[in-house]
Design a protein around this ligand. Structure first.
Ligand SMILES: C=C(O[C@@H]1C=C(C(=O)O)C=C[C@H]1O)C(=O)O
Length: 358
């Protein structure tokens, strides 16, 4: 394009950016006011349901050509930056850096939050429990591999609440220093990631040994130190550890999602599109499995998940984890839970939180 055409167009862009900047500051000032109002009423500053409603409203309203998919990431950062004006938000996650849990935490909290990697799921819970982090992010289930039992077990001894869920599409990439397939002499990763790429590995690297390590991020770190090793890890790990992509998306089943939970100390208010997670143990009686689900079916409450875990204090007794649609503040949900409670030895509401959209 000729310079004489480019000049005026760039001046136009500068003027628009000036207006956007002014509006960003105007928005930040209003968010600070909201922060003061909430502090007066002892309300949580971070409200994931409000943020989701903002993403949804703007994506639906957008008439283009600005891409609808980009609205969420742009607004994620605007909101993250506005929130950091109030009090830098500290979020603990299951590390190390560049794990899929890190990617999920970034997706939920944006770049202005302080994300702190911790070594274990129990360390994440403890950090939040002790008030050293506002929130914690832990994995809870994968669409191919099932539940992360350690996360569910943590709720048995913890009073933390689930305040949000995050759905993340998992994409496994093969990463190495050179980025060349012919130089790969071993493949390192978390056993689940290796299992999820088995067919691709058999077809493309049949002779190469596979090495299990504790996380995909640790595998990426090892690949930086050994040029004959390739790691299966996230795209974020490639940029974080300065590795090249040998091959992107090598998982055998491309339909691979992990669900993460955000834990905090209070239950968020009703958003209208919520889910509730509860855990309970029932008395050992005939017909009890049937009866424990009846309070929900007769009120047409949709159940999205049921899991059982052994109750460690007593052999052959179980704790059930149930996810249902609705909020504990919905009368039908509250009634159903109260009815179920009458058959239970123990019941705990883990939280009501906005339902995530992939
Ligand atoms: C401003 C608010 O507080 C926080 C900041 C938000 C924002 O920047 O829009 C949205 C939700 C909250 O996490 C609010 O609740 O409206």
């Amino acid at each position: 394009m000729a310079e004489d055409k480019l000049g005026p167009l760039r001046r136009k862009i500068d003027e628009i950016d000036d207006r956007i900047l002014e509006l960003l500051n105007e928005r930040a000032r209003v968010v600070i006011e909201v922060g003061h109002a909430k502090a007066g009423e002892q309300k949580e500053f971070y409200v994931p349901s409000r943020e989701q409603a903002i993403y949804r409203r703007l994506s639906e309203k957008n008439s283009g050509p600005f891409p609808a998919e980009a609205i969420r990431s742009v607004y994620r950062e605007i909101i993250s930056a506005c929130l950091s004006l109030e009090e830098p938000m500290k979020v603990a996650f299951l590390g190390p850096q560049a794990t899929f849990t890190h990617v999920a935490a970034m997706q939920q909290f944006g770049l202005s939050a302080r994300l702190v990697p911790l070594k274990s799921i129990s360390a994440v819970f403890e950090e939040v429990q002790r008030g050293r982090a506002h929130y914690g992010v832990v994995p809870v289930e994968n669409s191919n591999e099932g539940i992360v039992s350690h996360t569910l077990d943590m709720f048995m001894g913890s009073d933390l609440k689930v305040i949000a869920e995050i759905l993340l599409e998992i994409s496994h990439d093969l990463l190495s220093r050179s980025g060349r397939l012919e130089e790969v002499r071993k493949v390192v990763s978390h056993p689940q990631a290796l299992a999820q790429c088995r067919r691709w590995l058999e077809e493309n690297l049949p002779e190469v040994p596979l090495v299990d390590v504790a996380s995909t991020a640790l595998a990426a770190q090892m690949a930086t130190e050994d040029e004959s090793a390739a790691a299966i890890a996230s795209e974020m790990a490639a940029s974080f550890y300065g590795l090249k992509v040998v091959k992107a998306k090598i998982a055998d089943n491309p339909n691979n999602f992990t669900r993460f939970l955000v834990v905090g100390r209070t239950t968020p208010e009703r958003s209208g599109k919520d889910k509730t997670s509860i855990m309970f143990s029932v008395k050992d009686e005939p017909g009890i499995l049937y009866r424990m689900l009846e309070p929900f079916s007769k009120r047409q409450i949709n159940l999205s998940k049921i899991e059982s875990r052994p109750l460690k204090s007593k052999a052959w007794e179980y704790i059930f984890f149930l996810d249902l649609e609705g909020h504990v503040a919905d009368p039908a949900v509250a009634e159903a839970i109260a009815e179920l409670q009458s058959y239970c030895q123990f019941l705990k509401v883990l939280g009501s939180y906005p339902k995530a959209r992939p």
